[in-house]
Design a protein around this ligand. Structure first.
Ligand code: NAG
Ligand code: NAG
Length: 492
């Protein structure tokens, strides 16, 4: 059984009550307005209409024409599988969440400067084994949804998958809790990893999901999409937007994985069920490359193939073909090399004729090493390292001068200056958050977190020295922390 255990358990009751109220209100409204239409001037009519806003705003409009008053809310969700995932580095939860939330707010209708017409609501999908951290997660401004694992390993029919899925990256079958995102109440969901920040509104993606393809709005939104393969035919009804993991493919060996850090989708609980059924069937062949993996599709053997990265790629390529692949330099941008120039999975000395060619197989592709920051909608901090790791060192192996793995920016796989720019923008968001919180509260403790000199032009004073230990976390008095939500209230 699949159970979604809401922490706020009476929200469903409230909803039912609201729906009833709403029905009554709609009937009353229809009668009253028909009468009023004949006897009252338009000014009166308008005044009356606004009286109903409080009720109407609780209904998700069938289509996002915002004449009903309130902008439509998009659900932004992250998933937490284990508490330990971030306890090693507290900033990985607290500072990452605060900055992520700040970035979402900035691209939403609650910040009029953004020009966006979509509001937001933040969710954390929390595995029940991580429930003990849910208080902390709630304090970061997320509505917490505690869930059980949607599937038990023993349900998987295929022997190979059943025996091996547990050890798949990132976290075996636990990763499937991400699928609960499809069941959140909002019409549109955005699911991302916590090491993520948004920089530009995505209204055209939301419009393209919500509006009919033949409507004016729908046509306009579709014409604005930045696709990985420009000119590609779009599904009549778009179910999801995603990006693929082209930086990891090998020439002609296997199809690109789904990049599991980013998903924009239409709400649809049946996607979750259908995808889980693919797992239950467990038609997965061991090996690497075409002919292996899910139904022999080639989605096998690579990192994450048995879990979300492979499952979702297979699912949208072969089962429900309604996902649109977005330009990986613009969305879920990682700054990784999308050309064949160096590793991973490519050796320029062995395959000389491929050097400089696009990993996605096209004649031309954008080079994500040098994408203008203005064009980037969202950044996923992966191989440029986490902004809260205070890493500016580079090396070919990705080890730092102390020999620690994963503690330097790997070059030439990555472009050092471009990584610096991405990291700088995250710290810029943090500085903006600190500035606004200081303006609200006058708490001088906040300034303590940004007084450091190390590589100040990149880290904005947030790093005492190079490396994880050098990071100065966001500091504030307790009473200040309780006021953070005031930064995000809707301004009237
Ligand atoms: C697994 O999937 C492949 C491709 O769809 C199919 O040909 C094969 O018969 C399936 N195997 C089983 C055991 O169902
Ligand atoms: C702030 O709150 C934390 C957690 O509730 C508590 O442990 C700490 O003692 C508080 N600090 C101050 C200065 O009140």
């Amino acid at each position: 059984m699949v159970t979604v255990k809401r922490v706020n358990n009476d929200s469903k009751k409230k909803r039912n009550k609201l729906i009833l109220l709403l029905k009554i209100a709609i009937v009353a409204w229809t009668v009253v307005s028909t009468v009023l239409n004949f006897i009252i001037t338009p000014e009166h009519f308008e005044a009356h209409e606004s009286d109903n806003h409080d009720l109407l705003k609780h209904e998700v409009p069938a289509n996002p024409i915002h004449s009903q008053g309130e902008p439509m809310k998009v659900a932004y969700a992250v998933s937490f599988i284990k508490c330990g995932d971030f306890q090693t580095h507290a900033a990985g939860l607290v500072d990452a969440s605060l900055v992520l939330r700040h970035s979402i707010h900035k691209i939403s209708s609650r910040n009029p400067e953004s020009g966006s017409k979509y509001d937001y609501k933040m969710y954390a999908i929390v595995h029940k084994q991580a429930e003990e951290c849910s208080g902390q997660i709630r304090n970061m401004g997320f509505e917490v949804v505690v869930v059980d694992q949607p599937l038990d390993r023993s349900e998987i029919k295929g022997d190979y998958l059943r025996k091996h899925i547990q050890r798949e990256w990132c976290c075996g079958e636990s990763e499937f809790i991400k699928l609960f995102a499809y069941t959140l109440p909002e019409e549109i969901i955005v699911h991302v990893d916590i090491d993520f920040a948004f920089y530009k509104p995505m209204d055209h993606l939301f419009d393209a999901i919500l509006y009919d393809k033949d409507s004016e709005e729908g046509k306009k939104a579709r014409s604005m999409l930045e696709l990985e393969r420009p000119g590609e035919r779009l599904p009549d009804k778009i179910g999801a937007f995603l990006t693929k993991d082209w930086p990891q493919v090998a020439p002609g060996k296997f199809p690109a994985a789904y990049q599991a850090g980013f998903l924009v989708a239409r709400r649809d609980p049946s996607v979750m069920e259908e995808a889980l059924n693919v797992v239950r069937e467990g038609n997965y062949t061991d090996g690497w490359g075409y002919g292996t993996g899910w139904h022999g599709s080639g989605h096998g053997g690579y990192v994450g193939a048995m879990a979300m990265q492979g499952l979702i790629a297979y699912y949208y390529d072969f089962v429900r073909k309604d996902a649109v692949e977005l330009n990986q330099c613009r969305y879920n941008h990682m700054g990784m090399d999308v050309l064949y120039r160096t590793h991973p999975n490519f050796n320029p000395k062995r395959l000389k004729d491929k050097v400089g060619k696009c990993r996605n197989g096209l004649e031309y592709c954008e080079d994500c090493h040098v994408t203008d920051f203005d064009k980037i909608y969202s950044v996923h901090y992966t191989m440029c390292r986490k902004p809260w790791q205070c890493i500016s060192e580079t090396s070919e192996s990705g080890r730092n001068s102390k020999g620690q793995k994963g503690r330097a920016i790997p070059v030439p796989m990555m472009n050092k200056d471009h990584c610096y720019e991405l990291i700088h923008h995250w710290h810029d968001l943090r500085s903006d958050f600190e500035k606004k919180l200081f303006a609200l509260t006058g708490d001088t403790t906040i300034l303590e977190g940004s007084k450091y000199e190390h590589m100040k032009d990149i880290f904005h004073g947030h790093c005492k020295e190079e490396g994880n230990e050098g990071y100065a976390v966001i500091t504030a008095k307790n009473e200040t922390l309780y006021r953070i939500h005031e930064l995000y209230e809707v301004k009237q």
